[in-house]
Design a protein around this ligand. Structure first.
Ligand code: ADP
Length: 493
């Protein structure tokens, strides 16, 4: 059977450029799909870190004026990933965070930058590269959401399209004149198009025009159809509910493998959990905490944003102290929260250890060394850190929302569901309910065999991409079959 050809379009891809889970998914899915008869190439922007890896890439297209300057489309590979790279220095030759200027604000031309990425995806979709004419274009998040939009307005034959929502909170909103600047027809500025309360929403374009919409967990797929969870797009998502589904993310189990992890102090497996103690000690030392093997050590690895609910954990400082727990927190983002946690660490050096910034190695050590990983998100499309925690025998304490709800089995629900418990869930998401979950975890931690059971259940959970990738493959086949039927009945686009 000839493979299905899919062009994935993403603004981040692990291991080249990452600010969050989107990069992990964009980097893992193409490799996992190889076993499912899907040939996926990924179009990414030519940021400096990407260009460095493209030294031996070949030029496929040269454009004299593409969104304000010359541009090239390169084709190359990195770490087994087949890549198209949009090398447009006027848009992407900027080091650091892909979306933010050094002053911490969005780059003022983000609309142009990601319209260019999407336009190039649409061009490839329409056959610009003879050696790779995709059957489908798979766009991720608002940065790629105009790919299905441009393809819709191109008219005529086009590939199938799918958009995956990794986080509805980021929608790509721009002033009305953006429509003209990026070359969309004036009538696309309409309620049935990209108009969003007088502005232009890139994400809305993708949600409106993609053949299918997926998000990264079934519960989040339901939540975003409500007025509360829909963040202004709930109505549109309800209208499109027949083509909306949730597929839970996996993690790369080769990168996240406690039995063979170069970033941790001692490798281990479910059968040798006593070896985790060396990692707990190393983590305590790294964060300046006194070694206390018998105190439960809580871990956090997170962006510090209101979404992640770490203010609720901060509000539980007293609970952490009174229950004799320690906290190892790695995070970056919200300055105010950083200041508050830094002050707490200073006031309670025996209990609170913090590192601010982005540190992949430390993230691994936290997973391997903490006893419980806390994820108190107010909403969470899927969440990856709790999946890593399962694999590393760190017991997740999570909010009962989105993908956290779908991936963790609470001890109290396990019997009713006929599943093995893997962690603790609390909801509604309040500081008091988090306090209860922390105390519950503290009590169970004292019951060594029960705690060990939770750890082992977590480690036995399949968090890999294997069966998740096949869900995407099925989706692609479904879209193509539906389009064949539509074409047969004379309908295009
Ligand atoms: P989101 O994409 O909303 O930030 P996810 O849980 O889906 O949240 O993915 C976060 C990813 O980024 C995980 O792989 C996590 O380990 C990583 N991560 C988050 N913050 C940091 C940090 N400060 N240092 C290192 N890795 C981090």
């Amino acid at each position: 059977m000839t493979p299905v050809r899919v062009l994935s379009v993403a603004s981040e891809i692990y291991p080249l450029i990452k600010t969050g889970g989107l990069a992990d998914v964009a980097g893992a899915l193409p490799l996992a799909l190889q076993a499912c008869g899907v040939e996926m190439k990924t179009l990414v922007p030519g940021y400096p870190d990407v260009m460095k890896a493209m030294a031996s890439a070949e030029t496929r297209l040269e454009l004299h004026n593409f969104y304000g300057g010359p541009a090239r489309l390169l084709e190359g590979s990195h770490d087994g990933l087949a890549l198209f790279v949009l090398d447009a220095p006027q848009l992407f030759a900027r080091p650091g965070n892909p979306y933010l200027a050094p002053d911490g604000k969005d780059w003022p031309d983000n609309g142009l930058r990601f319209a260019a990425l999407s336009r190039m995806a649409a061009n490839i979709g329409l056959g610009a590269i003879g050696s790779f004419v995709p059957d489908l274009v798979h766009a991720h998040d608002w940065q790629a959401a105009l790919a299905p939009t441009f393809l819709h307005y191109a008219g005529g034959a086009r590939p199938g399209t799918v958009i995956t929502l990794h986080n509805l909170a980021y929608q790509g909103l721009f002033p009305r004149n953006m429509i003209e600047m990026i070359g969309l027809p004036p009538d696309s500025f309409a309620i049935q198009g990209l108009e969003y309360y007088g502005q232009v929403s890139f994400l809305k374009g993708g949600l409106q025009f993609a053949d299918r919409i997926t998000t990264v967990s079934p519960t989040y797929a339901k939540e975003i159809q409500t007025d509360d969870g829909g963040m202004g797009l709930g109505g549109l998502l309800r209208e499109r509910s027949a083509v909306l589904s949730g597929i839970v993310n996996g993690i790369d189990i080769a990168v996240w493998n406690p039995a063979d992890d170069p970033h941790i102090a001692a490798t281990y497996s479910a059968g040798a959990l006593e070896r985790r103690a060396a990692n707990k000690l190393a983590l305590q030392q790294r964060l300046g905490l006194p070694p206390q093997p018998d105190s439960p050590l809580l871990g956090v690895i997170s962006r510090l944003s209101p979404q992640k609910g770490l203010d609720l954990l901060f509000a539980n400082l007293d609970t952490i102290l009174s229950e004799g727990m320690q906290l190892a927190l790695l995070g970056s983002g919200d300055r105010e929260l950083e200041v508050r946690f830094a002050a707490a660490a200073k006031a309670h050096p025996d209990a609170i250890g913090v590192v601010f910034g982005y540190d992949e190695r430390l993230a691994h050590l936290i997973q391997a060394g903490c006893d419980a990983l806390v994820v108190p998100s107010r909403f969470e499309p899927c969440g990856l850190t709790q999946l890593c925690a399962l694999r590393y025998g760190a017991v997740p304490i999570v909010a009962r929302v989105g993908g956290l709800d779908d991936t963790i089995v609470d001890a109290d629900d396990a019997g009713r569901l006929g599943l093995a418990p893997t962690g603790f869930k609390f909801g509604p998401v309040t500081a008091d309910n988090l306090a209860r979950a922390l105390r519950q975890a503290r009590a169970l931690f004292a019951d060594r065999p029960a705690w060990l059971g939770l750890q082992r259940n977590g480690m036995a959970t399949d968090v890999s991409w294997n069966h998740r990738a096949s869900r995407y493959a099925e989706l692609y086949h479904d879209i193509l079959a539906t389009r064949r039927i539509a074409t047969h009945h004379g309908a295009t686009s």
